[in-house]
Design a protein around this ligand. Structure first.
Ligand SMILES: C[S@@+](CC[C@H](N)C(=O)[O-])C[C@H]1O[C@@H](n2cnc3c(N)ncnc32)[C@H](O)[C@@H]1O
Length: 247
């Protein structure tokens, strides 16, 4: 069965996700990510941006700090609570909405939308494509969608299936396997936190660029571009594939 993050990010797992967040994505790195998003989407002061799967708001709040009008949507109440608290503390106004990216309430509203940090691909192909159709409908004519996803070619160089993140005495362990028949990367994620062990299963469809082009065109986009994670050219060694599509 394909993992649904809707069920998986309960309050305990969200707390652990936030706890390891600054180790996995230190603040300086998040600022670099936001600079790449800003440049590739051609964002300007006051433009309206939707972040799909915004988590605890590390991207959305920084986009707002740079002057965009930002809306973030996520299924985790606990992550949105942290996002809202950080926005208030940072003195920025972000609209945070509890909801599912497969069914969005907006039509022709945003200048740009973003799916960052491997937030696209959790579902089966039909539902993944539904996310793209919903994103297209939420954008005004001429709007842009940016998707950052894992580069499946880069994983071929990854020797160990196990990766560790440590913060103080606590650990996040990822055990990864690639299912070559379904083109999915399956991750068994184990949090050791305050002496408790919590587990979640993630499964991410690994789309190649030509598959993105086909799906995005079918969702109503025109031009589709490919970049590496820092906004440079996309190659087989790039850590990520960043796709920008124009409606
Ligand atoms: C890997 S995190 C990325 C968070 C954020 N984009 C970032 O870069 O920090 C993926 C996020 O997608 C959210 N998510 C998963 N399924 C979702 C769905 N169906 N609708 C909305 N959000 C979802 C999760 O709750 C989680 O916050």
């Amino acid at each position: 069965m394909i993992y649904s993050p809707l069920d998986a990010f309960d309050a305990n797992l969200s707390e652990a996700h936030i706890f390891f967040g600054d180790v996995v994505n230190p603040p300086d790195l998040s600022s670099i990510h936001v600079a790449v998003i800003w440049t590739l989407l051609g964002l300007k002061q006051d433009c309206s941006v939707l972040e799909l799967g915004c988590g605890y708001g590390r991207i959305a709040n920084r986009l707002a700090e740079k002057g965009a009008r930002v809306t973030g949507i996520d299924t985790s109440q606990a992550l949105l609570k942290k996002a809202t608290a950080d926005a208030t503390e940072g003195g920025v106004n972000v609209e945070y909405v509890l909801g599912d990216i497969r069914s969005l309430p907006w039509r022709d509203r945003f200048d740009a939308a973003v799916l960052w940090d491997a937030t696209f691909g959790y579902f089966d192909d039909a539902d993944n494509e539904k996310v793209l159709h919903e994103a297209a409908s939420s954008l005004r004519c001429g709007g842009r969608l940016l998707i950052e996803s894992e580069n499946r070619y880069a994983f071929l160089h990854q020797r160990s299936p196990i990766s560790l993140v440590q913060r103080d005495d606590d650990l996040r362990v990822d055990i990864t396997s690639n299912d070559v028949l379904s083109d999915r990367r399956n991750i068994e994620r184990i949090f050791v936190r305050d002496g408790c062990v919590r587990r979640m299963h993630l499964s991410l469809r690994q789309y190649g660029f030509s598959e993105f082009v086909r799906m995005l065109r079918s969702a109503g986009f025109g031009t589709v571009e490919a970049y590496g994670q820092e906004g440079g050219p996309f190659t087989s060694d790039s850590a990520s594939l960043v796709v920008v599509a124009y409606k």
